[in-house]
Design a protein around this ligand. Structure first.
Ligand code: ADP
Ligand code: MG
Length: 559
C-alpha cells in the first residue's frame, strides 16, 4: 500500500473546487454518471478497432446503490476501468482529464460523444462525501486496484478484489450538520429525481432498486414491501429521434413530463441543425399566458443541454424578449463550457443558435397564422401584446421580424386581420391604413370620427389596447402605406364638399362657436364647423401627431 500526497497546488485547488465551483451540490451525481458513461463509450470505441472485443449493448449500464444504514452511495459502471497508473494520473492529479486525452487520440463519430474534458468533475464527490473509494479493474489488467481519499489529505492506492471490468465508486456521505442535510443523497426517491433532472439522456441505462409496496393478496388491505430494479433514465432523448417517428402526442408528453406548463402546447417545433453550430431543439408555443407572464417576476429562457447533459435550466440568451413565451430545450455538442459546466465560455455559438431559432419561431408562427388561424388567434390572445411591445421596444429594430405577426380587429371583416390582408383589400383610391382607438370595439363603433372613413368604404383597424398605437407609430408604415388615425386633422380623403359652404357655415355659427369655446375653455383649443360629420352632431379631433388615446396614456405616465 502506497500513500501519496496531492501536489501542493492540487491541495489548494481541491479545496477551492469543493467549495466554490458548483452552485448546487447535487451535480456531483451528474459528474460521476457522466464519467461512467464516458468509460463505457471508451469500451465502444475500443471495440471498433479491437477484434477480440465485442460490444454487446446489454452489458453496459450504471448502477446506483444507496445504503442509509451505512451512509454510503455506490456508483457502479461496466466501462473501461482504470489501471493503477490511470487511477494515479486521472484521479490523483486535478485538472487531468483522461477523457480529454482519449478524445484527442480517437476519432469520434457516431454520436457516442465523450462528455469529460476538464478533469475536475470527479472531485465534486467531495462536496457530499468525506471519504471516496474507487475500485477499478481496467480492460487491460488482471489485477484490480483501489483508490481511496478523504479529500484534501491525499490518497492511497492498493490492490483489491474485483471480478468485473469497470469501476465501483463508494461515497461515504457526510453526516448532517445543524444547517445542512445530506440525506437526500441516500434516498431513492430524491436520487431518482436528481438523475432524471441531469442525466435523463445518458445513453446507457442507469439502474436503481426501488422499494415499492403491494397488497399481500387480492382481497387483503395489507401491504408488503418489495424491491424492483428500475431504469431511471429515458436514454434516447426525444430530440435525437427521427421526426417522422414522432407524433403530436409524443411532444405533448414531453411538454408535460418536463413541466414546461400546465396547459397543452399550442404548437411544437422540432429542429435539427447540422450547420456551423450543430444543435437540436424542441420548442413549444404554449396555449395560455403564464400567470406571471406580464410581470417582472417572469423569467424567460429554454433549457440548455450539452450533449444530453443539462447545463442550464433557463438560458435567456437563446430567446429575444418578444418571443419570451417560448418553452423548450436546446441541445448542442458545440458549446464551449466553463469548468463548472454551468456557464458558457463564449457566447458566439449561443448567438448563432439564438438567431437561428428566432427565425424558425417566426416562420412557425406565420405558418400557424396562415394555416391554422383559430390556433393563431388563441396564441395571439395570450401573447399578442408581447409582440406589440417587441415592435415598440428597441426603437423599432424588430419591426421587420414582427410586423407580419400583428393582427387587429377590422371594421369590415368583424374579426382580427393581418396588415397584409388589409393592404390587399385596399381600394385603389385609398392612400392610408386607417385606424381608430378606443377602449373597446363597441366604443369605437360609436365614434363619430369613423363615419366618414367607413362611408368611403374604407376598412378601419380598431386599436383597443394602449400599446397598439405606440407600436404602430414605431412601424410608421406597412408596405409603404402610412398609418392614419381617423381622428387626425387631415384624413387624406376627398371630403366632397366645397370650401365655400363650409366657410359659410363657419360664419353663420360664429356666435355659437364663440359661446362654446368660452364654456369649454382650457378643455378644447378650438370649435369649428366640420366637414366630416354625417349623423353625429359633434366630434373631437386631435391636432398634430398624437392622438387623443395616446394623449390619455401619456398623461397617466409618471414624469
Ligand atoms: P473529466 O471527466 O472532465 O475528464 P473527471 O475529474 O470527471 O474529469 O475525471 C477525470 C478522469 O478520470 C477522466 O477523464 C477519466 O479518465 C477518469 N475516470 C473518472 N471516472 C472514471 C470511471 N468511472 N471509469 C473510468 N475512468 C474514469
Ligand atoms: Mg467527468
Amino acid at each position: 500500500m502506497e500513500t501519496k500526497q496531492f501536489k501542493a497546488e492540487s491541495k489548494r485547488l481541491l479545496e477551492l473546487m469543493v467549495n466554490s465551483i458548483y452552485s448546487q451540490r447535487e451535480v456531483f451525481l451528474r459528474e460521476l454518471i457522466s464519467n461512467a458513461s464516458d468509460a463505457m463509450d471508451k469500451m465502444y470505441y475500443r471495440s471498433l478497432t479491437d477484434e477480440n472485443l465485442a460490444f454487446n449493448q446489454a452489458d453496459y449500464y450504471i448502477q446506483i446503490i444507496p445504503n442509509k444504514a451505512d451512509r454510503t452511495l455506490k456508483i457502479i459502471d461496466t466501462g473501461i476501468g482504470m489501471t493503477k497508473e490511470e487511477l494515479e494520473t486521472n484521479l490523483g492529479t486535478i485538472a487531468k482529464s483522461g477523457s480529454f486525452a482519449f478524445k484527442k487520440d480517437t476519432e469520434i463519430k457516431d454520436g457516442h460523444d465523450i462528455i469529460g474534458q476538464f478533469g475536475v468533475g470527479f472531485y465534486a464527490a467531495f462536496m457530499v462525501a468525506d471519504n471516496v473509494t474507487v475500485k477499478s479493474k481496467a480492460l487491460d489488467e488482471e489485477q484490480a486496484h483501489q483508490w481511496e481519499s478523504t479529500g484534501t489529505e491525499g490518497y492511497s492506492i492498493s490492490i483489491c478484489d474485483k471480478e468485473q471490468i469497470g469501476t465501483e465508486i463508494t461515497l461515504k456521505i457526510k453526516e448532517n450538520t445543524e444547517d445542512e442535510s445530506y440525506d437526500a443523497y441516500l434516498d431513492e426517491v430524491q436520487l431518482k429525481e436528481i438523475i432524471k433532472k441531469y442525466s435523463d439522456f445518458i445513453r446507457y441505462p442507469i439502474k436503481m432498486d426501488i422499494t415499492k409496496s403491494k397488497p399481500t393478496d387480492d382481497e387483503s388491505d395489507e401491504y408488503v414491501d418489495y424491491v424492483e430494479e428500475e431504469t431511471i433514465n429515458s436514454m434516447v432523448p426525444i430530440w435525437k429521434k427521427n421526426k417522422k417517428e414522432l407524433t403530436e402526442a409524443d411532444y405533448e408528453n414531453f411538454y408535460q413530463e418536463k413541466r414546461y406548463g400546465f396547459d397543452k402546447p399550442l404548437k411544437s417545433l422540432h429542429i435539427n441543425v447540422d450547420g456551423t453550430v450543430r444543435y437540436n431543439a424542441i420548442l413549444f408555443i404554449p396555449e395560455n399566458t403564464p400567470f406571471d407572464y406580464y410581470s417582472k417576476e417572469f423569467e424567460k429562457g429554454v433549457e440548455l443541454y450539452s450533449n444530453g447533459v443539462l447545463i442550464m435550466n433557463k438560458c435567456g440568451e437563446l430567446l429575444p424578449d418578444y418571443f419570451s413565451f417560448v418553452k423548450g430545450m436546446v441541445d448542442s455538442e458545440d458549446l464551449s463550457l466553463n469548468i463548472s459546466r454551468e456557464m458558457l465560455q463564449h457566447d458566439r455559438q449561443l448567438k448563432v443558435i439564438a438567431k437561428n431559432i428566432t427565425k424558425k419561431i417566426k416562420n412557425q408562427l406565420l405558418h400557424l397564422q396562415r394555416e391554422e388561424r383559430e390556433k393563431y388567434e388563441t396564441f395571439y390572445d395570450s401573447f399578442g401584446r408581447q409582440l406589440k411591445i417587441g415592435v415598440y421596444s428597441d426603437f423599432g429594430a424588430n419591426k421587420e421580424t414582427l410586423q407580419d405577426l400583428l393582427m387587429f380587429y377590422s371594421s369590415t371583416e368583424k374579426k382580427l386581420v393581418t396588415l397584409d390582408e388589409y393592404v390587399k383589400r385596399m381600394p385603389e383610391d385609398q392612400t392610408y391604413i386607417y385606424y381608430a382607438t378606443g377602449e373597446s370595439i363597441d366604443r369605437i363603433e360609436k365614434l363619430p370620427q369613423t363615419e366618414i372613413v367607413a362611408d368611403k368604404g374604407y376598412e378601419i383597424l380598431y386599436f383597443t389596447e394602449e400599446i397598439d398605437e405606440f407600436a404602430i407609430k414605431m412601424l410608421m408604415n406597412y408596405q409603404e402605406k402610412e398609418f392614419k388615425s381617423v381622428s387626425s386633422g387631415d384624413l387624406g380623403i376627398d371630403e366632397d364638399s366645397n370650401e365655400e359652404t363650409d366657410q359659410g357655415k363657419q360664419e353663420e355659427n360664429e356666435e355659437l362657436f364663440h359661446f362654446m369655446k368660452e364654456h369649454l375653455s382650457g378643455k378644447v383649443k378650438d370649435v369649428r364647423a366640420s366637414k366630416r360629420l354625417k349623423s353625429h352632431p359633434v366630434c373631437l379631433t386631435a391636432d398634430g401627431d398624437i392622438s387623443l388615446e395616446m394623449e390619455k396614456v401619456l398623461n397617466t405616465m409618471p414624469n
